[in-house]
Write a new protein. Structure first.
Length: 401
């Protein structure tokens, strides 16, 4: 069932009103620019959220859970390499008249279309987690990313900077517009967070907001964790390994870059012929990461083109690959809004050293250590680092909100 405000968003003559002066009849019309439609996924009561927080030992005091929430799937307009398309995500609206900030949480790598946040079944506990993050006074946002949800007819632009940032930022705009259509009191204060690929997406969105501005929003801080911010550095790590347990990551990057950067070179530039012929059919949204891994090999010399493996930095024929990795890395700017970086020191899926190097590059670029901070998650792998990251995130958010 579509949200009752959907038709008002489409019909430009129907407005939700926000008071902008002391006169009760002095109003400003809210005309959505990117928001298109919404449908209610689930509602969670304050009591349900409190019970969930206690059962999962999340560090959110009961007094901070101020209301229940309504969780919507939202469809919005965004740009994919100069083409206007429809994208989607979740927006969580507190049932509250209190001032609200906004928190956008970017998910880690997904492969199957069924894994999109907007495809989450109403009874799934992940929705209670999103509700718990929003209930302390945030409009919650969880982008599907392009390639999932309402844009599942497109290949996901995996680790490509601009479409990643654009999809997040346009979801923020759509969330604000939905909040205003519901007469909520959004203050404009914005927080970004995400783990793994979500860390990369968080950093990409933060960078874009600082460099290009974002009207009606005041970015307070971002909290990226365990992302591959320096893509060239991640590639160099991979190529030094004899085995790698998640080869689908490498294949996903190569497929996305070839698709969206217009590369005419064959996938045999990247992979041994046996795997180069398989890879194009693996990323259609029907297979899980485990299924794709089983079609590849964890043996790096058997997977990667041996010439690329030995001469990626010296052979001119591979310059286009190096250039793309460098162009889509996120270490070439100076953050001025707070960035709280985290990474587990036992992570070999997305290498810990990549975050260390990225942090050091920000400082070398001229960023203040008071602005960009890095915290090691001790003894944490890529999987086990999620819980300590969430604890750090919640504690910082409750202070800064």
């Amino acid at each position: 069932m579509y949200h009752r405000h959907t038709l008002r968003a489409v019909a430009l003559f129907s407005f939700s009103l926000v008071v902008v002066s002391c006169k009760e009849d002095d109003v400003e019309p809210i005309v959505p620019e990117v928001y298109e439609s919404s449908s209610l996924v689930a509602s969670k009561t304050q009591a349900e959220i409190v019970a969930f927080v206690k059962s999962r030992s999340l560090p959110i005091p009961e007094r901070e859970i101020k209301s229940g929430v309504d969780i919507y799937k939202v469809t919005y307009k965004t740009i994919l390499f100069n083409e206007s398309i429809h994208a989607s995500g979740l927006v969580i609206l507190p049932q509250s008249n209190e001032p609200l900030a906004m928190l956008s949480f970017q998910h880690g790598t997904i492969i199957a279309h069924s894994e999109a946040p907007s495809e989450t079944p109403p009874g799934n506990d992940i929705l209670l987690f999103y509700a718990a993050m929003a209930a302390p006074g945030f409009v919650g946002v969880v982008p599907d990313f392009i390639g999932f949800g309402d844009s599942k007819d497109r290949l996901h632009p995996y680790y490509l900077e601009k479409p990643t940032a654009d999809a997040v930022i346009d979801n923020l705009k759509a969330a604000r517009e939905l909040a205003l259509l519901n007469d909520l009191n959004f203050t404009g204060r914005l927080f970004l967070a995400g783990y793994s690929q979500g860390g990369y997406a968080t950093m990409a969105a933060h960078k874009s907001i600082e460099q290009n501005g974002l009207e009606n929003f005041d970015l307070v801080a971002s909290f990226p964790s365990s992302g591959g911010y320096d893509i060239k550095g991640v590639q160099e790590f991979f190529f030094k390994q004899t085995t790698y347990s998640q080869p689908f990551y490498i294949a996903f990057v190569a497929t996305a870059y070839k698709t969206y950067l217009g590369w005419s070179q064959p996938l045999t530039d990247f992979f041994q012929p046996t795997y180069a012929t398989k890879i194009p059919g693996l990323f259609n949204g029907l297979y899980s990461s485990a299924e794709i891994n089983s079609s590849l090999t964890t043996d790096i010399p058997s997977l990667i083109n041996p010439e690329l493996l030995s001469s990626i930095n010296s052979a001119s024929k591979f310059k286009y690959i190096n250039d793309a990795f460098i162009d889509n890395s996120l270490t070439d700017w100076i953050p001025t809004k707070k960035v709280f970086m985290y990474h587990g020191d036992l992570d070999i899926t997305v290498p810990y050293q990549n975050s260390v190097d990225s942090y050091n590059q920000f400082i070398k670029n001229g960023a203040s250590k008071d602005v960009v901070r890095f915290k090691t998650l001790p003894f944490a792998t890529h999987t086990s680092g999620v819980t300590p990251y969430l604890i750090e995130l919640i504690n910082e958010l409750l202070v800064l909100k």
